[in-house]
Design a protein around this ligand. Structure first.
Ligand SMILES: Cc1cc2nc3c(=O)[nH]c(=O)nc-3n(C[C@H](O)[C@H](O)[C@H](O)COP(=O)(O)OP(=O)(O)OC[C@H]3O[C@@H](n4cnc5c(N)ncnc54)[C@H](O)[C@@H]3O)c2cc1C
Length: 403
């Protein structure tokens, strides 16, 4: 069956975006094949494993104790000088989970398989097949065999280091300044401030542009990671090790049980997301929240959009670039505009020095800080800065003009 050479849809990449997309295509009766180069889905993880209830609902999932490990109902933000801003999200309903991604990705694949999709693992897609300008399939290396598999539609869900969209002629390259480097240890024996709250540490010495996170997976286990601007000489690992060294008390009984690393595209999605016979979703299309780097939910949401529009296009017998552009429009309306606003928030925050960050910790209420992650509340923050900090006023005014 796997070696059938003709499919309605081939999804390259069985991450959250790919598997959700495959499930939705299969549920609509499309003959769907998912191809992934990994030998085990979900591993190695490249993720802090934070997933909010908002995304769980948008993507029609139900928290399952198999993967919904630790309930989270807030965050503690720590300023460069150590000031704490505590956010309790139970009031606003913005709770979530730290998930066990290895279990969860397999579960997502199982759901797609139950809907009728087929999976092929340890299979590397190394090119697309084209008829004229139209993509009509993929070339795959699978356990020593070279295969040509044909489909009406190819979905590039191959993550941040995506090549499939490029094989099809879509430019997805981005400057290092638009990527964050992530490095993370899963640790046991960590002293947590609150096992149901995420800890986020800020400061130019701690994590330039980004933050250090401690995401609890239990009472003393956590993902402890850092994300920093991608063009720095000092590595993310060096920043993380230094921070852990400076917080000895927190880690005096702790040890590392897993090491993870990866790149996060904190930019605002590639403009061109389709070509004839091919659609790009998730990290491959840079669909990540530019301020905190979360991309699981948006990858799945894009997969759902692609499946809905892709199925209609296949049934109409028209998978041309013109027809598939509907997906670009729906993305822009549903999420693209929001992520562009969030990008502005990120661009403002990366210009702040530690003193200005302290000012925000002192003067801005926690709810507004939380809203920034959705691209809202920037005006409020800027107005406070104009009032309270002559040094930051010029910078804040220049941003105010553009929002
Ligand atoms: C350090 C770090 C921490 C993060 N923390 C969070 C977090 O806490 N919450 C959150 O929401 N997001 C987080 N993210 C981002 C999140 O992991 C991604 O946004 C998400 O995985 C994107 O899903 P995807 O399906 O688009 O791609 P991926 O999950 O990357 O899946 C792509 C799949 O494609 C396969 N593939 C690639 N190329 C080929 C090929 N040529 N042939 C066959 N298969 C191929 C890969 O093996 C992979 O399985 C983090 C990222 C990093 C790096």
């Amino acid at each position: 069956m796997m070696y059938d050479s003709s499919w309605d849809v081939i999804v390259v990449g069985a991450g959250p975006g790919g598997s959700k997309c495959a499930q939705e295509f299969a549920e609509r009766g499309m003959k769907t094949l998912v191809i992934d180069r990994k030998q085990e889905l979900g591993a190695p993880k490249r993720c802090g494993e934070g997933l909010s209830m908002r995304w769980i609902k948008i993507t029609n999932q139900k928290p399952n104790p198999k993967w919904a490990l630790q309930e989270i109902h807030g965050a503690i933000l720590i300023s460069p000088s150590g000031k704490r801003v505590e956010i309790d999200t139970r009031k606003t309903g913005q709770t979530g989970y730290i998930i066990e991604r290895k279990m969860w990705e397999k579960e997502l694949a199982a759901e797609a398989i139950r809907a009728g999709a087929k999976y092929m693992l340890k299979a590397l897609v190394y090119d697309v097949i084209k008829e004229g300008e139209q993509v009509t399939g993929v070339k795959v290396k699978h356990e020593g065999k070279e295969l040509e598999l044909h489909s009406k539609l190819v979905i590039a869900a191959d993550g941040v280091d995506s090549m499939v969209a490029r094989y099809a002629g879509i430019k997805t390259s981005m400057p290092l300044t638009e990527c964050d480097d992530g490095y993370q240890y899963e640790m046991a024996g960590v002293k947590l401030m609150d096992p149901h709250k995420m800890e986020l540490y800020f400061g130019t010495d701690v994590a330039p542009r980004g933050y250090v996170w401690v995401f609890p997976k239990g009472n003393d286990t956590a993902n402890v990671g850092v994300g920093i601007r991608g063009d720095l000489k000092k590595t993310a690992k060096e920043y993380l090790d230094e921070w852990i060294e400076n917080n000895k008390e927190k880690f005096e009984n702790a040890s590392i049980i897993e090491v993870n690393a990866g790149v996060i595209p904190v930019t605002a999605a590639v403009e061109k997301k389709v070509t004839g016979g091919l659609m790009v979703i998730g990290d491959a299309a840079r669909m990540v929240n530019p301020i905190h780097g979360g991309g699981i939910g948006s990858a799945m949401e894009a997969g759902m959009m692609a499946a809905e529009i892709g199925t209609k296009a296949i049934k109409e017998g028209d998978v041309s670039e013109e027809r598939l552009k509907e997906y670009e429009e729906v993305w822009e309306e549903t999420r693209g505009k929001e992520f562009k606003k969030i990008l502005k928030v990120r661009q403002f925050f990366e210009k702040l020095n530690d003193e200005q960050m302290e000012l925000i910790a002192d003067a801005v209420d926690p709810e507004t800080i939380l809203e920034l992650g959705h691209g809202k509340g920037l005006k409020t923050v800027l107005k406070i800065m104009v009032k309270k900090s002559p040094a930051a006023a010029k910078l804040a005014m220049s941003f105010l003009k553009n929002i």
